[in-house]
Design a protein around this ligand. Structure first.
Ligand code: ATP
Length: 357
């Protein structure tokens, strides 16, 4: 396992064009040894390009990649000591499941005992034990993808396991279990896992650290908690969380307060240095509750609908022309016409020109 350092990396697929476009704008970051990372963002934002730069499938237009301080920028994939798992199975159909899993170890001359021990351990974790003696071609598409995953995870000595949307072909019920298994493997073997996905739920439940991307930019890197509580752009607030963060256009009225539909909402943000008029207040629906005896920061709203979503109720209400969503404890009775909603000052995020201040 290695620490991976991406130093001033950028990439264009048409660098010689008079007006080159950049799939990745310059960024630097370090992936610590033994952690779980997710690269998250919508289609076309540059996730695969970033992963392929680390694996060596793409050479960056600028910058350096260091594995444990060793410059690998010009090394081919085979020389980088990484394992890769792609969206669709890459396996040998004519070999048995056992031989498929053993292949990466045998190529590196591991002893028979180690091969047996690792293949059995990975097969156990991925529920493949009863198929070990079958030819791989006899397995279903999602079982074949498990073999691909197993081939990626079987070696303990790799710098990192790089996975590009590895669970796409897997049944939704099994996906949840596999993400948990991947976490166990990471905790047990301290393998650095890097997981590309466009699904925020996958990223939030899998990773210690998430790299959020948009249009070739790394827009925020942080723990799931940091991204949830303090999204540093309105894009992250909107992209992460379900429902998306409530975002309201507003204006500053004092050093720390903004106006939402004629109601003054106090925040804990210092608004004295605002330069732009484009200001938004962001608040997660998880933090908005029916007001009890609070007098300040209370919005009067008209109930639009209340949906029972199993472990909570989702209230959609109107504050003037604005739509506000609040997650309410399912035991609480929600009035059907009008409600008062409390907005906690310390949960408010204020954005100037779409950036957190
Ligand atoms: N080989 C290539 N040649 C030219 N342009 C490319 C190539 N590969 C990717 N691109 C472009 O680079 C940008 C980033 O693509 P990339 O595949 O890295 O994004 P992504 O976030 O992984 O998308 P997806 O989730 O759809 O796979 C896109 O505009 C894409 O069209």
């Amino acid at each position: 396992m290695s620490k991976i350092n991406l130093n001033k990396i950028s990439h264009s697929y048409n660098p010689n064009d008079p007006n080159p476009t950049y799939a990745l704008n310059p960024f630097s970051m370090t992936w610590e040894d033994g952690k779980r990372y997710a690269i998250l963002g919508p289609s076309g934002c540059g996730k695969t390009t970033m992963l392929n730069i680390v694996s060596g499938l793409v050479r960056p237009s600028s910058g350096k990649i260091l594995f444990d301080d060793k410059d690998v920028t010009d090394l081919k994939t085979e020389s980088r000591n990484i394992a890769q798992v792609f969206q669709f199975p890459v396996i040998y159909n004519t070999m048995t499941v056992y031989d498929n899993l053993a292949f990466p170890l045998r190529c590196r001359d591991f002893s028979k005992d180690i091969v047996e021990e690792r293949v059995n351990s990975v097969a156990e974790t991925l529920n493949l034990k009863s198929f070990l003696n079958l030819p791989a071609r006899k397995l279903t598409a999602d079982q074949k993808q498990l073999i691909s995953l197993g081939r990626g995870l079987v070696r303990e000595d790799v710098a990192a396991v790089l996975m590009d949307e590895p669970l796409t072909v897997i049944d939704p019920d099994l996906k949840f279990k596999l993400r948990r298994n991947l976490k166990e493997i990471n905790e047990q073997y301290k393998t650095t896992l890097v997981y590309v996905t466009h699904d925020q739920n996958e990223a939030m439940t899998f990773a210690d650290n998430i790299i959020v991307m948009s249009e070739g930019e790394v827009v925020q890197t942080g723990t799931p908690k940091e991204l949830f509580e303090r999204p540093n752009t309105t894009f992250v607030g909107y992209f992460i969380g379900s429902p998306a963060m409530n975002l309201f256009k507003t204006e500053a009225l004092s050093n720390d307060s903004v106006m939402i539909n004629d109601t003054l909402i106090k925040t804990t943000t210092d608004l004295t240095k605002l330069k732009d008029k484009n200001i938004k207040l962001g608040i997660r629906s998880e933090y908005i509750k029916l007001a009890e005896n609070q007098k300040d920061n209370v919005l009067a709203a008209t109930v639009d609908k209340v949906e029972d979503l199993g472990n909570y109720k989702l209230l959609t209400a109107k504050v003037g022309n604005l739509t506000i969503k609040s997650k309410i404890n399912r035991e609480i009775e929600v009035p059907s016409d009008s409600v008062k909603l409390h907005i906690p000052a310390d949960r408010c995020c204020v954005y100037e020109d779409e950036k957190l201040i």
